[in-house]
Design a protein around this ligand. Structure first.
Ligand code: ADP
Ligand code: MG
Ligand code: ZN
Length: 525
């Protein structure tokens, strides 16, 4: 198979996502008073409504409607005031009602959008953006200083309910194949779920991954879900098709179901792009089908051929009255909107003078936001002055540390925000070099001591005493008269040699900036 890079020279990928998010922060289910609890004893949170017993009547959960309206406002959707619930035919033992309650053509939230900033290595997956001038637009993307912004349309966000869970006994790895019997747990049946559907506006697996990540950050900020991809409270279906570069018509899409990590979303789509290109280039045909991405085998396999909308026999639910959301209700929800990641990034630029790049990467993760905010608070009057090195610390050292130890909660490590401020202050005062700062960072985590104590104990103080440095420089120059001659004759690359000799003489503790400056002034007279 060709690599994705090769494929994308000739083909353009078209990607749309369907993202399901369980509203785990709610107390009760969508249409009954049963408690929402992950991991409870099977079938302990059930009632006639979520078991679909005849005659039981559903009552919508007001808090769930508030959550979906919040999600819609945060993603620039129009809130649809007149909408209703539909029944979607569904015949499987994990849903005792034999239908799923969902929404029809008009969902609570319609016609939204999000802007995605793509930069660095991830931007390389999209071709041709670098031909544009900064600020220039082509299709749905605008060139920025260090990449591009992709404008991604959101078709709708609708409300629905989750099914229960089947456990198959006796087969391999819990699968139904070979099982002797199956158990069903209805605790999850009726869990409020929102589904967000994007327009087919994404063009690379990286954009799909970033979209998911941005959406997760927004939902977490809204506090509507714990958005755990491992536990399945946030999952995505990735739809992808190919068309020849320059073509307008979309190709036939396939759908990757129930993707449960950012990496799987990226890698599954990348594989599917390569697979489709191979089929098409050999003169074959893509069938509209649902496929499963197997990360261990690194391939996708067919799950089922697509059913059409008619198969679902959707019709308005006669047990649930149509909705008439009032302006007061919508405004009361709007008043609850917290500061969203994009607004937070804008504030970091404005209040702390951060670059757009630093600001937007800081808000991508909760741990970097938490650290940066707490450290700026701890820095007090010096927050603006220290913001840049604090952002660097969060984006480089802290991010590397957190990524190395999976799932680590940085806030509970000995590296407190106060210690972060102390560390960047030492750096700002030239008391230690940036190389030494990395050592101190690791030592704080290891030994649970203040940066100043570590610097003291290890005798790391960077020498910034001009007199002391000059004395060393004089010695080094006196010991290497031939090299000094060569330097003055034009071999200016020797500056590195002189700096190295000075550093060696000072056991690595000389301030490299000062050494460079003083050396230059002594050599250039
Ligand atoms: P379906 O009826 O198969 O569910 P939808 O029209 O509801 O299809 O779209 C589902 C998702 O697939 C949406 O995110 C949409 O943007 C995306 N999509 C639709 N057509 C294509 C296509 N040709 N290629 C890639 N994605 C597509
Ligand atoms: Mg669909
Ligand atoms: Zn119930």
């Amino acid at each position: 198979m060709k690599t994705m890079e090769e494929v994308l020279q000739d083909w353009e990928a078209v990607i749309g996502l369907e993202v399901h998010c369980e509203l785990t922060k709610l107390e009760t289910k969508m249409f009954c008073g049963c408690k929402l609890e992950f991991g409870a004893e099977p079938n302990t949170h059930t009632c006639p409504v979520c078991l679909g017993l005849p005659g039981a009547l559903p009552v919508p959960n007001r808090a769930a409607i508030q959550s979906i309206v919040l999600a819609g406002l945060a993603t620039n959707c129009d809130i649809e005031k007149h909408t209703m619930f539909y029944r979607k035919g569904y015949m499987y033992p994990d849903m005792a009602k034999n239908f799923q309650t969902t929404q029809g053509p008009k969902a609570f939230c319609m016609r939204g959008h999000l802007d995605l900033s793509v930069d660095g290595r991830g931007a390389q997956e999209r071709l041709f953006w670098s031909d544009l001038a900064e600020g220039e637009q082509s299709e749905n993307m605008t060139r920025t200083a260090d990449g591009y912004v992709a404008h991604v349309g959101i078709t709708r966000i609708h409300m629905e309910e989750d099914a229960g869970k089947m456990v198959h006994i006796g087969g391999g790895e819990g699968r139904i194949a070979g099982a002797t019997h199956s158990l069903v747990d209805y605790n999850r049946a009726g869990t409020p779920l929102i589904e967000l559907v994007t327009e087919p506006d994404l063009r690379t697996p990286e954009e799909a991954r970033l979209f998911m990540q941005k959406l997760r950050q927004i939902f977490l900020t809204l506090g509507i879900s714990d958005c755990s991809m491992e536990e399945g409270s946030l999952r995505a279906d990735g739809n992808v098709s190919l068309r020849r570069r320059g073509a307008k018509e979309f190709g036939t899409k396939t759908e990757l179901k129930n993707i449960n990590s950012f990496k799987n979303l990226h890698d599954g789509l990348a594989y599917e792009i390569c697979r489709q290109a191979e089929v098409l280039e050999e003169g074959g045909q893509i069938y509209q089908e649902t496929r499963h991405w197997d990360p261990s085998k690194k391939r996708t396999i067919v799950m089922r051929v697509k059913e059409t909308a008619d198969d679902y026999r959707m019709f308005p639910d006669p047990d649930l009255a149509p909705y008439d959301l009032t302006d007061e209700f919508i405004e009361s929800v709007r008043a609850k909107l917290p500061e969203l990641p994009d607004e937070r990034a804008a504030r970091y630029e404005r209040d702390f003078g951060l670059t757009p790049y630093d600001a937007r990467h800081l808000v991508e993760h909760r741990f970097t936001v938490e650290f940066f905010e707490a450290a700026c608070a701890a820095a007090g009057d010096r927050a603006r002055e220290l913001a840049k090195p604090l952002a660097n610390l969060a984006l480089n050292d802290i991010t590397a540390y957190v990524n190395a130890g999976e799932g680590i909660d940085f806030a509970s490590t000995p590296f407190t925000p106060e210690r972060g401020v102390a560390l960047v202050s030492l750096l700002a005062e030239d008391a230690i070099s940036s190389k030494q700062a990395k050592e101190v960072f690791a030592a704080v985590l290891d030994e649970d001591k203040d940066p100043a104590a570590i610097v003291e104990e290890r005798g790391m103080k960077q020498v910034s005493d001009t007199g002391a440095i000059e004395a060393v420089i004089d010695e080094v120059l006196a010991a290497n008269p031939d090299k000094v001659e060569q330097y003055k004759g034009g071999k200016t690359g020797l500056i590195g040699f002189f700096v190295g000799q000075c550093m060696k003489a000072m056991k690595g503790q000389g301030n490299p900036k000062l050494i460079n400056e003083l050396l230059a002034s002594k050599l250039n007279v």
